[in-house]
Design a protein around this ligand. Structure first.
Ligand SMILES: C[S@@+](CC[C@H](N)C(=O)[O-])C[C@H]1O[C@@H](n2cnc3c(N)ncnc32)[C@H](O)[C@@H]1O
Length: 446
């Protein structure tokens, strides 16, 4: 790692006076959530202080810096709040996708801190939820500022904090920018855990920076769906769909109701309220029309729906229930990479790859950020998605240097780095052309 550090020309020093009237919008001295907010606002002891933290000067610098090579994957070691503050002047409104998997506040003992315990502050008792909110709030305020207009944030969360998180995100992003709350079935085993209902699911909250600018999500058709295109002609595989439009009966459009003549001269009348196309379109697109007898011997009109349109294969809209992989897959993957499980409950990379793939078109070079990177699953997901669809997305991963007890991996960041490097190496041996990896360390002022 190069030894020369850098300090950004700090807007919080040069651009502001104490009244907060000058300077760039990235670091308003007195930050307020800019929109008029009329919804439910979550108030907790410590809120004002935690909000302030997002906009205080960062306590350190990045080494090396500041010429971030965004044609590489960036692995940044450091506390994410400080790192985000340092990156913001360079990357504000440039990130297309942020995925984060913050500590869930389960209270369990894990390699990373997942207990935001009750504590006293003077005469006040700060509850564990308050502590967690004070941790996540400034990071979300900053995350919002990194997103492009057509950007999107995915946040994994479970029952412990989902209700707080959603209210908070409604406030930061605006309720109108809520996209979905995906339910992930993370385990299928029966077992203990709760006397009343066995918990098997968690969630992914999805918010757009600006919903009207966020392109529709889509994903490849499943194998099953592809099989539903059993016919083929010179334009490729197709399936037959009835030319008569079904669905709720609306008042028919007169230009969509006309008789059609079968090959033997029989006149076919529309069996529903209207055909799909006007007569002109029907005449023009004759090569997409099939008039055949159905299994009852009745003449029926079909159109061909092709699997590929304008050179691209059809895709489908993802659903809000996700059950393709479980936490067991995440653990198995880690065992395959390292021979042991170095971090509890890593996400399965397929889950993250699918989420990124929904929002980022095939072959894109979007910037994807994860500032609770853990074992680097998001890095693996980005590398694999690029390998699959020829994209050049770069992953910007931030992970603290929290120590571990593993001699080969002294910090969680080193686990993250190793996973990304091993995945990249594998892709190289498979003939892929992955982007290089750059390592950056945050050096604290103290
Ligand atoms: C739930 S884990 C993420 C797991 C990850 N998605 C995976 O699949 O491996 C949360 C991670 O965030 C890290 N983390 C927590 N607070 C942090 C902070 N302030 N700065 C940087 N990393 C932090 C923890 O060390 C932990 O590795």
């Amino acid at each position: 790692m190069a030894s020369q550090g850098f300090r950004l020309s700090p807007p919080w020093k040069s651009g502001y006076n104490d009244s907060g009237t000058k300077g760039t919008h990235l670091y308003p001295r007195r930050h307020t959530i800019s929109r008029e907010f009329e919804g439910t606002r979550l108030i907790w002891p410590g809120r004002a202080l935690s909000e302030k933290k997002a906009f205080e000067a960062p306590k350190g610098f990045l080494d090396p810096g500041p010429n971030l090579d965004l044609r590489s994957h960036l692995l940044i070691e450091g506390d994410n709040l400080e790192v985000l503050k340092l990156l913001l002047p360079i990357l504000a409104e440039q990130i297309r996708i942020i995925y984060i998997d913050p500590p869930y506040n389960t209270g369990n003992r894990m390699l990373y801190h997942d207990r935001y315990s009750k504590r006293s502050a003077g005469s006040r008792v700060i509850d564990r939820h308050d502590n967690w909110l004070s941790m996540i709030f400034p990071r979300l305020l900053l995350a919002h500022r990194f997103l492009k207009r057509d950007g999107v944030l995915f946040v994994s969360i479970d029952d412990h904090e989902v209700h707080h998180l959603r209210t908070l995100m409604d406030e930061i992003f605006g309720e109108e920018n809520f996209v979905s709350m995906i339910t992930w079935r993370k385990k299928v085993v029966r077992g203990r855990g709760n006397r009343h209902v066995l918990p098997q699911t968690e969630y992914i909250l999805v918010y757009a920076r600006e919903i009207s600018a966020l392109p529709a999500f889509s994903e490849p058709l499943s194998l099953e769906m592809r099989k539903a295109y059993p016919h083929a002609d010179e334009k490729g595989p197709y399936k037959k769909i009835p030319f008569a439009k079904s669905g709720t009966r609306q008042s028919p459009r007169p230009n969509l109701l006309y008789p059609i003549t079968a090959p033997d001269g029989t006149v076919i009348l529309c069996p529903t309220h209207q055909w799909r196309w006007s007569r002109e379109t029907f005449e023009r697109r004759q090569d997409e029309i099939l008039i055949q007898k159905n299994r009852h011997g009745r003449w029926t009109v079909y159109t061909k729906q092709y699997l590929r349109e304008e050179g691209k294969e059809r895709r489908k809209t993802p659903e809000s229930y996700y059950d393709r992989v479980t936490t067991t897959d995440g653990t198995r993957e880690m065992k395959e990479i390292f021979g042991e499980v170095l971090l509890d409950f890593p996400k399965p990379s397929r889950l993250i790859r699918d989420l990124i793939g929904w929002a980022s078109p095939p072959g894109s070079s979007d910037l994807v950020m994860d500032f609770f990177a853990g074992s680097g699953t998001t890095g693996q997901a980005v590398l694999e998605l690029n390998h699959e669809d020829g994209g050049e997305r770069s992953a910007i991963l931030v992970q603290s240097g929290s120590p571990t007890a593993y001699p080969g991996f002294p910090t969680i960041w080193s686990i993250c780095r190793e996973r990304v490097c091993r995945t990249r190496q594998r892709i190289l041996t498979e003939g892929g052309n992955p982007l290089p990896v750059s390592e950056i360390r945050m050096v604290s002022d103290t």
